[in-house]
Design a protein around this ligand. Structure first.
Ligand SMILES: *Cc1c(COP(=O)(O)O)cnc(C)c1O
Length: 460
């Protein structure tokens, strides 16, 4: 088995995919049955030549792929991939390094150190916070909340790491009702439970209400508390008022965690950095690399202002992991043990873009989001519910018969089936809405106009 032909085939298919991304329909056209019929063959006894496996794989799955890294995909918050990151991600697979510890791969340990420093500097975070390169924002939340749990409980004489949570002082987490569900799952996984979550009201724009946050904090001053704020609400893109909310929460001794899956990147663009004022005073921050930074999937970052709590919550000594002077043992800062050396694509993207390139990419996504939402709003029967503050907005389709929810869902389904653009639906404040999210560097002005024209065509 030589690798050459399989890699050559993969290279040819990959460049062909990227080169045709701008023209292909956004939505997958294959049905689940089509895909099963092609792929679910009996497991062969005899292997097949590598290059044929790759050719068949591409032929079998191509029409079952969503062109979500292309320029006309505006669903969820997904993001594209910058070329330098894709290339470095290939090499990461080729090198197949285990990023658990520096002894396994010195270069992978050092590249993560550099990524940590570059990211802190880009995101305006204190340079002495600890960090981990994790799989995504879900893992970043879980890491940060494990550190929060450690600090809040040790302050009350309870060690969650050795004693577990049976009989522990209860903790609570205060957040706004529009928080992302990944936060809830982290609470479940960490044994703190969803009943420990106290939801407070949002303002009209989706940001947390300071007065209800203040009263939730003062209503109960004895239960150790985590406050989770948001940089970028998943629907409206709203930012909480960090300058007020963080000192308010800290005055009652709370640990402040920030969900900035995509919004933390506002700090890297001078036109949006004001949204992040006061963010540096938080205790932990979670963000993604695979959204606004346009890295391939499997890339999130966690930063923690209490390195001792971070390490106490996660580190696990072993006899075989040779401690090395002056370099981090990465697994002591991450949930994973063996894992992909995911620093290489981060490093490559940041070097290829530079500070200015990152800022321009974010700014351009936001400009397109504003134009797209406003352009949709100019069409009859489109109501803008959230004009983008950052890269996200909301619209809905107003029906002549008053059935706005059904009509909105029906219009979204027709747009999705059309293939010129792709948007998804959600329920926001008890009504069905269409979410608009721009986070691929590939989106151009012409993609935005194509998407607006597509919606106009479907509505008329
Ligand atoms: C995407 C997202 C998450 C979850 O991130 P994953 O990378 O999918 O784990 C959390 N919070 C917000 C606001 C998000 O947009």
């Amino acid at each position: 088995m030589t690798a050459q032909s399989a890699l050559d085939r993969a290279h040819a298919h990959a460049t062909n995919y990227l080169n045709t991304l701008a023209e292909r329909p956004v939505h997958p056209t294959a049905t689940f049955d089509d895909l099963r019929n092609r792929l679910h063959i009996p497991l062969p006894d005899q292997g097949v030549p590598d290059s044929q496996v790759i050719d068949d794989l591409v032929a079998d799955v191509s029409d079952g792929l969503m062109a979500s890294s292309g320029g006309r995909f505006f669903g969820w918050v997904i993001g594209g991939t910058v070329p330098a990151a894709i290339a470095a991600d290939w090499l990461t697979s080729v090198w197949d390094q285990n990023a658990a510890a520096p002894a396994c791969s010195p270069a992978s340990a050092i590249i993560e150190e550099v990524c940590g420093d570059w990211l802190k500097s880009l995101l305006g975070l204190p340079m002495d916070v600890s960090f981990g390169l994790v799989t995504g924002c879900q893992a970043a939340h879980t890491t940060a909340l494990a550190a929060a749990r450690h600090r809040l409980l040790t302050a009350r004489g309870w060690n969650a790491e050795t004693d577990g949570l049976y009989g522990a002082p209860p903790l609570r987490l205060i957040t706004s009702e529009s928080r992302h569900e990944s936060l809830i799952r982290s609470m479940r996984l960490l044994g703190m439970g969803t009943k420990a979550i106290e939801h407070v009201d949002c303002n009209e724009d989706g940001s947390i209400s300071l007065s209800t946050l203040g009263s939730a904090l003062s209503h109960n001053t004895t239960t150790p508390t985590i406050v989770c704020l948001q940089a970028g609400d998943l629907n409206t893109g709203a930012f909480d008022d960090f300058k007020q909310a963080i000192p308010l929460a800290k005055r009652s001794g709370a640990w402040v965690h920030v969900d900035g899956a995509f919004g933390l990147w506002a700090a890297a663009d001078s036109a949006h950095a004001h949204l992040m004022a006061g963010i540096e005073a938080a205790d932990s921050w979670a963000t993604d690399g695979h959204k606004m930074l346009n890295l391939p999937f499997d890339s999130g970052f966690v930063f923690i202002a209490d390195p001792e709590a971070h390490s106490a919550a996660l580190s696990q000594p072993t006899s075989y992991s040779a401690r090395m002077e002056g370099v981090r043992n990465q697994k002591d800062w991450n949930l994973e043990w063996s894992r992909r050396a995911r620093g290489y694509p981060v490093y490559a993207a940041l070097r290829a873009l530079g500070r200015r390139g990152v800022a321009d990419m974010i700014n351009t996504c936001c400009t397109h989001a504003k134009r797209l939402v406003r352009g949709l709003g100019e069409i009859d029967d489109v109501e803008v519910l959230a004009d983008p503050i950052f890269n996200q907005g909301l619209v809905r389709f107003v029906s002549k018969t008053g059935e706005h929810d059904n009509y909105t869902d029906a219009v979204i389904a027709r747009i999705q089936a059309d293939g010129a653009a792709w948007f998804g639906g959600a329920t926001w404040r008890h009504q069905r809405v269409m979410r608009v999210s721009v986070c691929s560097w590939r989106t151009t002005e012409s993609d935005v106009e194509t998407a607006i024209a597509c919606v106009r065509r479907i509505l008329t």
